[in-house]
Design a protein around this ligand. Structure first.
Ligand SMILES: Cc1ncc(COP(=O)(O)O)c(C=O)c1O
Length: 306
């Protein structure tokens, strides 16, 4: 059995040891970038974040990321204390401090900030939000596309919005991490998660698609992260006359799919070659994956990135 790989494997890059990180308005060397042990994010996972990419000097889909961040912040009653433009400028300042121009992954994090006492009550977070921006040199490893990802269906499902809405990119990712641990212990790479009714939904870190008879299927979009890459893939299919369906489907339709792939900002599209021990698509990336990947690259280039 081969060692697990993740959809977030990047080429090793020593420059990341010397990066500068944005912490509440200051841009400091990595070793000095720290938040308080009283921080709401550290203590309770009380915060929201976005993962963005810089391609050829262009922050891809910046508006979509800011929309999602502000939507989540409004929902959890977290005042970011900055405008969209101020946040975008903080990202650009961080990139400039690092002289970064291409193939960069950015994690923008906003927590409810430092607390007066180590308890849950939001009013104890009395000093305003904590904002951290980590930008790393990050080129996704191409061998992940050659090797494909193995998925294992886990018993941990995506919850209803009645509990913690899966559309919140919250600092606490425990539900996803528990699911991933289960898959790793089973010798797989990532966890395939079902919805409360047993329909195939998403993975612990990416959105999930299958291809059947020339059509692209993904979940209804309920119970999973409203992935920006997911939506771009759906839009690209529609624009290129590829039949695409957001629908309920089960593992019955999944094990004999012609292709399966994942989407996320980091890796864009990553092929899946195995699910619960069943080989998908003969264990090689299929033609639809190639077509969608090419369309996505062209979209990034047209947007301003390479
Ligand atoms: C659970 C989960 N699913 C999917 C995604 C992919 O979303 P996006 O395409 O916006 O990066 C993420 C990214 O943060 C995620 O955390």
């Amino acid at each position: 059995m081969s060692a697990p790989i993740s959809t977030h494997e990047a080429e090793e890059d020593d420059r990341n040891e010397g990066i500068f990180i944005y912490v509440d308005g200051a841009i400091v060397p990595r070793a000095e970038a720290k938040v308080s042990v009283y921080d709401s994010g550290f203590m309770l996972g009380d915060g929201v974040w976005e993962g963005l990419r810089l391609y050829d000097g262009h922050l891809s889909f910046l508006d979509d990321h800011l929309d999602r961040l502000f939507q989540a912040a409004l929902y959890i009653d977290l005042d970011i204390g900055k405008t969209r433009e101020e946040l975008a400028q903080a990202i650009r300042d961080t990139l400039a401090a690092n002289d970064m121009h291409d193939n960069v992954h950015i994690r923008l994090m906003v927590t409810r900030g430092r607390k007066r006492k180590p308890f849950q009550h939001p009013h104890l977070s009395a000093y305003g939000p904590t904002i951290v921006i980590i930008a790393e040199h990050s080129t996704p490893r191409e061998d992940v596309v050659q090797r494909g990802v193995r998925l294992f269906t886990v018993p941990h499902h995506r919850g209803l919005p009645l509990t913690q809405d899966s559309k919140l990119n919250s600092h606490s990712k425990l539900n996803c991490i528990i699911a991933l641990n289960h898959a790793l212990r089973a010798g797989s790479d990532e966890a395939l998660m079902l919805d409360p009714f047993g329909f195939v939904n998403t993975t612990n870190a990416c959105n999930f698609f299958i291809v059947r008879k020339g059509a692209v299927w993904t979940s209804t979009g309920d119970y999973c992260m409203n992935g920006i890459t997911r939506q771009k893939v759906i839009d690209l299919c529609r624009a290129d006359d590829i039949p695409v369906f957001e629908r309920n489907y089960s593992l019955v339709d999944t094990y004999d799919a012609d292709e399966a792939f994942l989407t996320g900002t980091f890796g864009a599209q990553t092929p899946v070659f195995e699910i619960d021990g069943r080989v998908i698509g003969g264990g090689v990336a299929g033609p639809m994956f190639g077509r969608i990947r090419a369309l996505y690259k062209a979209m990034i280039a047209a947007e301003g990135g390479r």
